[in-house]
Design a protein around this ligand. Sequence first.
Ligand code: SAM
Length: 244
Amino acid sequence: MTFHIITIFPNIFDSYINESILKRAQEAGVVTIVMHDLRKYATDKHKTTDDTPTGGGPGMVMKPEPIFNCLKAIREKENPDFKIQKKSKNIFFSESSPILLMTPRGKQFTQKDAQTFASKKLNSVILICGRYEGIDQRVHDYMIDSEFSIGPYVLSGGELPAVVITEAITRLLPGALGNPDSLIEESFSKKLALAGAERSAGEYPQYTKPSSFSPTKELELTTPEVLLSGNHEKIKKWRNQHSQ
Ligand code: SAM
Protein backbone atom coordinates (compact mmCIF):
# COMPACT_ATOMS: atom_id res chain seq x y z
CA MET A 1 0.00 0.00 0.00
CA THR A 2 1.29 3.45 -0.85
CA PHE A 3 0.60 6.37 1.47
CA HIS A 4 0.69 9.71 -0.34
CA ILE A 5 1.01 12.57 2.14
CA ILE A 6 0.29 16.04 0.77
CA THR A 7 1.84 18.80 2.89
CA ILE A 8 3.67 22.10 2.78
CA PHE A 9 6.22 20.59 5.22
CA PRO A 10 7.36 17.36 3.54
CA ASN A 11 10.55 17.13 5.64
CA ILE A 12 8.70 17.19 8.96
CA PHE A 13 8.23 13.41 8.74
CA ASP A 14 11.78 12.31 7.92
CA SER A 15 12.99 10.99 11.25
CA TYR A 16 9.69 9.44 12.35
CA ILE A 17 8.91 7.49 9.22
CA ASN A 18 12.48 6.24 8.96
CA GLU A 19 12.55 4.55 12.37
CA SER A 20 10.97 1.49 13.93
CA ILE A 21 7.83 -0.05 12.45
CA LEU A 22 7.35 2.38 9.56
CA LYS A 23 10.98 1.93 8.56
CA ARG A 24 10.70 -1.87 8.74
CA ALA A 25 7.42 -1.90 6.83
CA GLN A 26 8.96 0.19 4.05
CA GLU A 27 12.06 -1.97 3.90
CA ALA A 28 9.91 -5.11 3.78
CA GLY A 29 7.93 -3.66 0.87
CA VAL A 30 4.69 -3.68 2.87
CA VAL A 31 4.18 0.05 2.41
CA THR A 32 5.65 2.94 0.46
CA ILE A 33 5.36 6.44 1.89
CA VAL A 34 5.54 9.28 -0.62
CA MET A 35 5.68 12.91 0.47
CA HIS A 36 4.21 15.50 -1.87
CA ASP A 37 5.44 19.05 -1.39
CA LEU A 38 2.31 21.10 -2.05
CA ARG A 39 4.35 24.19 -2.97
CA LYS A 40 5.54 22.39 -6.10
CA TYR A 41 1.95 22.42 -7.33
CA ALA A 42 1.34 26.13 -6.74
CA THR A 43 0.53 28.08 -9.88
CA ASP A 44 2.31 31.40 -9.23
CA LYS A 45 6.02 32.21 -9.19
CA HIS A 46 6.02 32.71 -5.37
CA LYS A 47 4.68 29.16 -4.89
CA THR A 48 1.74 30.42 -2.84
CA THR A 49 -0.46 27.78 -1.24
CA ASP A 50 -2.65 30.06 0.91
CA ASP A 51 -4.59 33.29 0.61
CA THR A 52 -6.86 35.56 2.65
CA PRO A 53 -10.41 34.34 3.44
CA THR A 54 -13.02 35.49 0.95
CA GLY A 55 -15.48 37.73 2.77
CA GLY A 56 -12.87 38.65 5.40
CA GLY A 57 -11.83 37.11 8.68
CA PRO A 58 -8.66 36.14 10.50
CA GLY A 59 -5.80 34.04 9.19
CA MET A 60 -5.17 32.42 5.84
CA VAL A 61 -6.92 29.65 3.92
CA MET A 62 -5.27 26.95 1.80
CA LYS A 63 -5.94 27.51 -1.88
CA PRO A 64 -7.78 24.83 -3.89
CA GLU A 65 -5.63 24.81 -7.07
CA PRO A 66 -2.34 23.42 -5.63
CA ILE A 67 -4.30 20.61 -3.94
CA PHE A 68 -6.20 19.94 -7.18
CA ASN A 69 -2.94 19.88 -9.19
CA CYS A 70 -1.25 17.55 -6.71
CA LEU A 71 -4.18 15.09 -6.61
CA LYS A 72 -4.35 15.13 -10.41
CA ALA A 73 -0.62 14.39 -10.66
CA ILE A 74 -0.98 11.45 -8.24
CA ARG A 75 -3.94 10.02 -10.13
CA GLU A 76 -2.23 10.45 -13.53
CA LYS A 77 0.88 8.69 -12.23
CA GLU A 78 -1.28 5.80 -10.96
CA ASN A 79 -3.22 5.70 -14.19
CA PRO A 80 -2.10 7.75 -17.24
CA ASP A 81 -5.67 7.52 -18.63
CA PHE A 82 -7.22 9.00 -15.52
CA LYS A 83 -10.12 11.37 -16.21
CA ILE A 84 -11.82 13.74 -13.78
CA GLN A 85 -14.86 11.90 -12.40
CA LYS A 86 -17.58 14.38 -13.30
CA LYS A 87 -20.35 12.17 -11.95
CA SER A 88 -18.78 11.44 -8.56
CA LYS A 89 -19.01 13.69 -5.54
CA ASN A 90 -15.24 13.38 -5.35
CA ILE A 91 -13.86 14.29 -8.77
CA PHE A 92 -10.74 12.22 -7.95
CA PHE A 93 -12.71 9.19 -6.78
CA SER A 94 -10.97 5.85 -7.09
CA GLU A 95 -12.28 2.72 -5.38
CA SER A 96 -8.79 1.53 -4.51
CA SER A 97 -7.35 4.85 -3.38
CA PRO A 98 -9.36 6.89 -0.86
CA ILE A 99 -8.52 10.55 -0.28
CA LEU A 100 -8.62 11.57 3.38
CA LEU A 101 -8.59 15.15 4.58
CA MET A 102 -7.16 15.84 8.03
CA THR A 103 -9.49 18.17 9.91
CA PRO A 104 -10.44 18.68 13.57
CA ARG A 105 -14.12 18.66 12.52
CA GLY A 106 -13.87 15.26 10.85
CA LYS A 107 -14.90 11.84 12.11
CA GLN A 108 -12.64 10.73 14.91
CA PHE A 109 -10.25 8.10 13.54
CA THR A 110 -10.56 4.83 15.47
CA GLN A 111 -8.90 1.42 15.50
CA LYS A 112 -11.94 0.18 13.59
CA ASP A 113 -11.21 2.67 10.78
CA ALA A 114 -7.59 1.49 10.73
CA GLN A 115 -8.80 -2.12 10.46
CA THR A 116 -11.22 -1.20 7.65
CA PHE A 117 -8.50 0.51 5.58
CA ALA A 118 -5.97 -2.25 6.30
CA SER A 119 -8.36 -5.00 5.21
CA LYS A 120 -9.49 -3.42 1.94
CA LYS A 121 -6.36 -4.30 -0.07
CA LEU A 122 -6.11 -0.70 -1.28
CA ASN A 123 -3.46 0.44 -3.76
CA SER A 124 -3.00 3.68 -1.91
CA VAL A 125 -4.33 6.10 0.66
CA ILE A 126 -3.95 9.84 0.07
CA LEU A 127 -3.78 12.09 3.14
CA ILE A 128 -4.10 15.86 2.82
CA CYS A 129 -2.56 17.93 5.63
CA GLY A 130 -4.14 21.30 6.27
CA ARG A 131 -2.42 24.35 7.77
CA TYR A 132 -3.46 27.90 8.67
CA GLU A 133 -7.15 28.58 9.44
CA GLY A 134 -8.22 25.74 7.22
CA ILE A 135 -8.75 24.63 3.65
CA ASP A 136 -10.91 26.09 0.88
CA GLN A 137 -14.35 24.46 1.13
CA ARG A 138 -14.18 23.30 -2.51
CA VAL A 139 -11.54 20.77 -1.47
CA HIS A 140 -13.91 19.44 1.23
CA ASP A 141 -16.82 19.39 -1.21
CA TYR A 142 -15.28 18.00 -4.41
CA MET A 143 -11.86 16.42 -3.91
CA ILE A 144 -11.97 14.02 -0.98
CA ASP A 145 -13.73 10.89 0.27
CA SER A 146 -13.59 11.39 4.05
CA GLU A 147 -12.59 13.90 6.68
CA PHE A 148 -10.76 12.52 9.71
CA SER A 149 -9.76 14.01 13.04
CA ILE A 150 -7.36 12.32 15.45
CA GLY A 151 -9.04 13.87 18.46
CA PRO A 152 -11.13 16.75 19.78
CA TYR A 153 -8.38 19.37 19.90
CA VAL A 154 -6.83 21.72 17.37
CA LEU A 155 -3.26 21.15 16.14
CA SER A 156 -1.31 23.56 13.93
CA GLY A 157 -1.36 21.22 10.96
CA GLY A 158 -2.51 17.89 9.59
CA GLU A 159 0.99 16.38 9.51
CA LEU A 160 0.81 14.62 12.88
CA PRO A 161 -2.71 13.30 12.16
CA ALA A 162 -1.50 12.00 8.78
CA VAL A 163 1.40 10.13 10.30
CA VAL A 164 -0.80 8.77 13.12
CA ILE A 165 -3.26 7.35 10.58
CA THR A 166 -0.43 6.01 8.39
CA GLU A 167 1.09 4.15 11.33
CA ALA A 168 -2.23 2.85 12.69
CA ILE A 169 -3.04 1.30 9.29
CA THR A 170 0.48 0.09 8.51
CA ARG A 171 0.93 -1.93 11.70
CA LEU A 172 -2.19 -3.94 10.78
CA LEU A 173 -0.89 -4.93 7.34
CA PRO A 174 0.50 -8.46 6.98
CA GLY A 175 4.28 -8.42 7.33
CA ALA A 176 4.54 -5.03 9.04
CA LEU A 177 5.15 -6.21 12.60
CA GLY A 178 8.03 -8.44 13.69
CA ASN A 179 5.60 -10.50 15.79
CA PRO A 180 2.06 -10.45 14.32
CA ASP A 181 0.71 -12.05 17.52
CA SER A 182 1.13 -8.61 19.14
CA LEU A 183 -1.95 -7.51 17.18
CA ILE A 184 -4.17 -10.23 18.65
CA GLU A 185 -3.49 -9.15 22.23
CA GLU A 186 -3.85 -5.42 21.66
CA SER A 187 -6.28 -2.81 22.97
CA PHE A 188 -9.39 -2.58 20.76
CA SER A 189 -8.51 -5.96 19.24
CA LYS A 190 -11.65 -7.26 17.54
CA LYS A 191 -10.67 -10.89 17.98
CA LEU A 192 -10.53 -10.67 21.74
CA ALA A 193 -13.59 -8.48 22.00
CA LEU A 194 -15.55 -11.07 20.04
CA ALA A 195 -14.12 -13.97 22.02
CA GLY A 196 -15.28 -12.14 25.13
CA ALA A 197 -13.43 -14.57 27.37
CA GLU A 198 -10.07 -12.97 27.88
CA ARG A 199 -9.05 -9.34 28.18
CA SER A 200 -6.61 -7.84 25.74
CA ALA A 201 -3.07 -7.08 26.89
CA GLY A 202 -3.77 -3.37 26.53
CA GLU A 203 -6.51 -3.48 29.14
CA TYR A 204 -4.90 -5.10 32.20
CA PRO A 205 -1.78 -4.02 34.13
CA GLN A 206 1.41 -5.52 32.79
CA TYR A 207 4.69 -6.24 34.59
CA THR A 208 8.14 -7.42 33.57
CA LYS A 209 11.33 -8.37 35.40
CA PRO A 210 12.56 -7.78 38.07
CA SER A 211 9.62 -8.94 40.18
CA SER A 212 10.88 -6.82 43.06
CA PHE A 213 12.46 -3.42 42.56
CA SER A 214 13.68 -1.13 45.38
CA PRO A 215 14.33 2.44 44.29
CA THR A 216 15.17 3.32 47.95
CA LYS A 217 15.91 1.23 51.08
CA GLU A 218 12.41 1.80 52.45
CA LEU A 219 10.51 1.25 49.25
CA GLU A 220 9.96 -2.11 47.57
CA LEU A 221 7.89 -2.16 44.37
CA THR A 222 6.66 -5.68 43.75
CA THR A 223 4.83 -7.66 41.09
CA PRO A 224 1.55 -9.33 42.17
CA GLU A 225 2.34 -12.86 43.41
CA VAL A 226 -0.32 -14.45 41.23
CA LEU A 227 1.51 -13.44 38.04
CA LEU A 228 4.58 -15.35 39.25
CA SER A 229 2.55 -18.45 40.16
CA GLY A 230 2.57 -20.07 36.71
CA ASN A 231 -1.15 -20.87 37.24
CA HIS A 232 -2.74 -19.70 33.98
CA GLU A 233 -6.32 -19.94 35.23
CA LYS A 234 -5.53 -17.74 38.23
CA ILE A 235 -3.58 -15.29 36.06
CA LYS A 236 -6.49 -15.02 33.63
CA LYS A 237 -8.92 -14.40 36.51
CA TRP A 238 -6.65 -11.75 38.03
CA ARG A 239 -6.30 -9.99 34.66
CA ASN A 240 -10.05 -9.97 34.12
CA GLN A 241 -10.57 -8.53 37.61
CA HIS A 242 -7.99 -5.80 37.02
CA SER A 243 -9.00 -4.76 33.50
CA GLN A 244 -9.78 -1.13 32.84
N1 SAM B 1 -9.50 26.82 12.03
C1 SAM B 1 -9.59 25.39 12.16
C2 SAM B 1 -10.66 25.02 13.15
O1 SAM B 1 -10.95 25.82 14.02
O2 SAM B 1 -11.17 23.90 13.06
C3 SAM B 1 -8.28 24.81 12.62
C4 SAM B 1 -7.27 24.72 11.57
S1 SAM B 1 -5.79 23.96 12.15
C5 SAM B 1 -4.93 25.29 12.87
C6 SAM B 1 -4.90 23.67 10.69
C7 SAM B 1 -4.99 22.26 10.13
O3 SAM B 1 -4.51 21.33 11.08
C8 SAM B 1 -6.36 21.76 9.78
O4 SAM B 1 -6.77 22.21 8.52
C9 SAM B 1 -6.17 20.25 9.81
O5 SAM B 1 -5.63 19.78 8.59
C10 SAM B 1 -5.12 20.07 10.89
N2 SAM B 1 -5.66 19.64 12.19
C11 SAM B 1 -5.68 20.35 13.32
N3 SAM B 1 -6.19 19.65 14.34
C12 SAM B 1 -6.50 18.43 13.85
C13 SAM B 1 -7.07 17.25 14.41
N4 SAM B 1 -7.42 17.18 15.68
N5 SAM B 1 -7.25 16.18 13.60
C14 SAM B 1 -6.91 16.24 12.29
N6 SAM B 1 -6.37 17.35 11.70
C15 SAM B 1 -6.15 18.43 12.46
